[in-house]
Write a protein that binds this ligand. Structure first.
Ligand code: BGC
Length: 252
């Protein structure tokens, strides 16, 4: 017998500066209540972060059966963090599902942040209903990637860490590189062009979706790119991680 799908699930986005959570209407992909944001504790150790996630979840008085999904900016396999590019090294080998589950007293699904955001764009956002190969790339502190093929997520692609021209790609092309080096839009776009040329050669996507905070300013850089695939801004903006995590938790 197939289980009835829940109408609402809860998503938590664990980021470097804030931990944000909200219930999500799984029919529309909209937040079902205002999100709560608590600054990420420093140092962002597993136990401190898990306690903050529990505080966020606790603000909502959720029914015990509401699924909870959390995003984390690292490779996540079977709930365990396997990398730590922009987070405390103590996360490597940490069972995120277990520590957050223990702190919240609920069963939790943990997923990579870009995978959650990408899945949300495919189900509810800019790539809604698009079959074939969709690549969602988030430009922020790092570069995150989600590869979705015929609506199925291929997790942990980590295309921010492609080595291009001898560099870890995100160290040159993330939005943090633009800010750190004070790059003009044109100079940054040239780096993105190089980045997406390599990515296109590897995957020949049918559609590329660009997310991350800077996607609000897509008019300043997306028109400067010349690619085979259409490249469009994400639609769910800063809710994408929450929405994707909730959806993946409900589907799990
Ligand atoms: C991490 C990815 C993450 C991305 C965006 C990268 O540095 O390796 O796991 O998805 O940053 O946060």
């Amino acid at each position: 017998m197939s289980k009835k799908k829940p109408a609402v699930a809860f998503g938590v986005d664990i980021g470097g500066s804030g931990i944000k959570g909200a219930p999500v209407n799984l029919t529309t992909g909209e937040l079902a209540a205002d999100r709560v944001r608590i600054p990420t504790p420093q140092p962002a150790t597993p136990s401190a972060v898990a306690a903050t996630v529990a505080e966020v979840v606790g603000r909502f008085g959720l029914d015990p059966q509401v699924p909870v999904g959390v995003t984390f900016p690292a490779v996540i396999t079977h709930g365990v963090a396997r990398s730590a590019a922009n987070v405390d090294d103590s996360w490597i080998g940490t069972d995120v599902q277990q520590v957050v589950g223990a702190a919240t007293g609920r069963s939790v699904l943990a997923v990579n942040d870009a995978d959650a955001a990408g899945l949300a764009e495919v189900v509810y956002g800019a790539a809604r209903g698009v079959d074939g190969v969709v690549l969602v790339v988030t430009l922020g502190t790092g570069i995150g990637s989600a590869l979705v093929v015929d609506q199925h997520l291929v997790p942990n692609t980590e295309l921010g860490h492609l080595e291009i021209d001898g560099y870890d790609a995100e160290s040159r092309a993330a939005d943090s590189a633009r800010e750190r080096e004070n790059l003009s839009w044109a100079v940054w776009a040239a780096r993105l062009q190089r980045y997406f040329d390599v990515v296109e050669r590897l995957f020949s996507p049918d559609l590329i979706v660009v997310g991350g905070g800077v996607s609000k300013k897509h008019q300043s850089f997306l028109p400067l790119l010349d690619l085979h695939a259409p490249i469009v801004p994400a639609r769910l903006r800063n809710a994408a991680g929450i929405v994707g995590a909730a959806r993946l938790a409900a589907d799990a």
